[in-house]
Design a protein around this ligand. Structure first.
Ligand code: ADP
Ligand code: 5GP
Length: 187
């Protein structure tokens, strides 16, 4: 199975994905994307992302290494590697994608019925801004870019199979567990 997670930045998508990975460690694996942005906070190359230069990114495009890629923010590229899917499926695990909304819609088209798509919604745009400020690893300028993009992303939530409003975290986890239980047959 393929799980596609999309959300405006700051909604709690990484928090939800981490919950799945730690609750079911031998079941799911995150598809590690390439990005041209710099590592943030505790991020480790090869765990959250493969942090590469724009030249390396262009090289991978020309090698057809990506099944999808986007310039998610001005000058910042993110791409999903075919090799990650091969690796994770080879391990017999379900694949988790953490991508932007456009990337999510592209992956839904690509994987069809094999994919379950989940949109993580913040309680409000203001709450999203507060969470990004509180997280403390994103510049004020970058926070505003992310918040500005959020309104359009929220409109696109209708394209997803499930919408989880991440207000109370435990309730959001419970909703996610229920979706996974119904689709992955693991619990
Ligand atoms: P994203 O991956 O969507 O950018 P994160 O998972 O990094 O978002 O969450 C953004 C910030 O909000 C983090 O500091 C996280 O701990 C916090 N957070 C996530 N979910 C909740 C919630 N339900 N209530 C309060 N804070 C939350
Ligand atoms: P961040 O910089 O906060 O880690 O991610 C910014 C946005 O890029 C998030 O919405 C994240 O899901 C998205 N993203 C991460 N990897 C990919 C990818 O491979 N493809 C696409 N299209 N978006 C990605």
């Amino acid at each position: 199975m393929i799980y596609i997670f999309c959300a405006p930045s700051g909604s709690g998508k990484s928090t939800m994905v981490k919950h799945l990975l730690t609750t079911f460690p031998n079941t799911f694996e995150l598809s590690v994307s390439c990005t041209t942005r710099a590592p943030r906070g505790e991020e480790v190359n090869g765990r959250e992302y493969y942090f590469i230069t724009p030249d390396e990114f262009r090289q991978r495009i020309s090698q057809n290494a990506f099944i999808e890629y986007e310039q998610v923010y001005e000058g910042l590229y993110y791409g999903t590697l075919q090799s990650e899917i091969t690796r994770i499926e080879g391990n017999g695990h379900h694949v988790i994608f953490d991508v932007d909304v456009k990337g999510g819609i592209n992956l839904e088209r690509l994987f069809g019925d094999k994919a379950t798509s989940i949109f993580i919604c913040p309680p409000s745009i203001e709450c999203l801004r507060e969470r990004l400020i509180h997280r403390g690893d994103t510049s004020p300028e970058m926070i505003e870019k992310r918040v500005a993009k959020a309104a359009q992303e929220m409109e696109d939530r209708i394209h997803f199979d499930h919408i989880i409003v991440n207000d109370d975290l435990q309730q959001a986890f419970a909703q996610l567990d229920a979706i996974v239980a119904a689709t992955a047959q693991i619990v």
